[in-house]
Write a protein that binds this ligand. Structure first.
Ligand code: PEP
Ligand code: MN
Length: 337
């Protein structure tokens, strides 16, 4: 971290600043320019409050030259993290997984049917929302605890591990049979939730917030990892921009960039990113080429009558077609190295 001092800093304030920085076990390296003095801070600057430093009278500017995340940082962990989700089902380090299923669990027949269809097409995991974060309180809120039971039944029938979203820590005890706990975009910065998920031994699928930067996503992963749970899978699901023709704007550059910045697996959700079924396949292919370690795709047996997100849901046949094309692209994908 570099701290640029104002001209002729007050000596007493400078001494106080030095004392404070040294109390954080940082070494200080000075370079004296013709007009300004620069302090180079050497050591672990992750806990240094940049805003606080910037606000000091004698400080002109502060620049971070290293990232504030450690556990998630590829610099300190060059090898890709491989997360074993279930026996024989891993993600990361060349293992690619497709998570597929309906936006929401709607009935036993529906989830079991979609589960067997996506498994037959090559999906490795089943998704299905039980607790749904909906913009309107009048929209379908999910089957909640009953939905989790139906997901378990579909898992028992198909052998597919299940991925579903948690919205409230109070529900954590209901998630015992869930293989991957999803933190939705709206909860990416629910720090108390992240801290608790850091204490458990289950993979967490962390979706990027609607208006969050890549660094904020990595800092949220850091929250989970700092608690001891290193099994974090990142998910790019589109961000909100001025564009309204698609539901969100799929930030595919984030995928390639994340692969260079972190060793954690990165999954792309082209369904929520576009909101349009027709755009899901091309964006799934592009995401695969950009280096994604997996995809999350919404599939419904009857999209026109889905209780949630029908417009972006693929039929099982369209999903099977997507899988064939994705598998053809995989050998050419970016690896981040
Ligand atoms: C979902 O995957 O069901 C979902 C609600 O996605 P997001 O949190 O990305 O909006
Ligand atoms: Mn959805």
């Amino acid at each position: 971290m570099i701290v640029i001092l104002k001209d002729n800093p007050d000596k007493k304030q400078l001494a106080n600043l030095e004392k404070w920085l040294r109390s954080m076990n940082l070494d200080i390296h000075y370079s004296q320019g013709s007009t300004s003095t620069i302090m180079g801070l050497i050591g672990d600057t992750a806990t240094v409050d940049v805003d606080l430093l910037n606000a000091l009278d004698i400080v002109a500017d502060v620049k971070r030259v290293s990232e504030p995340y450690k556990n998630a940082n590829r610099k300190f962990h060059p090898e890709d993290t491989v997360i074993e989700i279930a026996p024989g089902i891993s993600i990361g380090g060349g293992s690619f997984q497709v998570i597929a299923g309906p936006c929401s669990v709607e009935s036993e027949d529906q989830i079991k049917l979609v589960a067997s269809e996506v498994r037959n097409a090559g999906a490795g995991l089943l998704r299905g929302g039980a607790f749904k974060p909906r913009t309107s309180p009048y929209a379908f809120q999910g089957m909640r605890a009953d939905g989790l039971k139906l997901l378990s039944a579909a898992k028992a029938e198909t052998g597919l591990p299940i991925v579903t979203e948690i919205m409230d820590l109070q529900h954590l005890n209901l998630f015992e049979d869930v293989d991957v706990i999803q933190v939705g975009a709206r909860n990416m910065q629910n720090f108390e939730l992240l801290k608790e998920l850091g204490k458990i031994d289950k993979p967490i699928l962390l979706k990027r917030g609607l208006a969050n930067t890549i660094q904020e996503l990595l800092m949220s992963a850091e929250y989970i990892m700092a608690g001891g749970n290193e099994k974090v899978i990142l998910c790019e699901r589109g961000i909100r921009t001025f564009e309204t023709a698609t539901r969100n704007t799929l930030d595919l550059a984030s995928v390639a960039l994340l692969k260079t910045k972190t060793h954690l697996p990165v999954v792309v959700d082209p369904s929520h990113a576009t909101g349009v079924a027709q755009l899901v396949k091309p964006m799934a292919l592009a995401a695969t080429a950009a280096g994604a370690d997996g995809l999350m795709i919404e599939v419904h047996n009857d999209p026109a009558n889905a209780l949630c997100d029908g417009a972006q849901s693929l039929t099982p046949a369209a999903f099977a077609d997507l899988m064939t094309s994705v598998n053809a692209i995989r050998p050419f994908a970016f690896t981040g190295k």
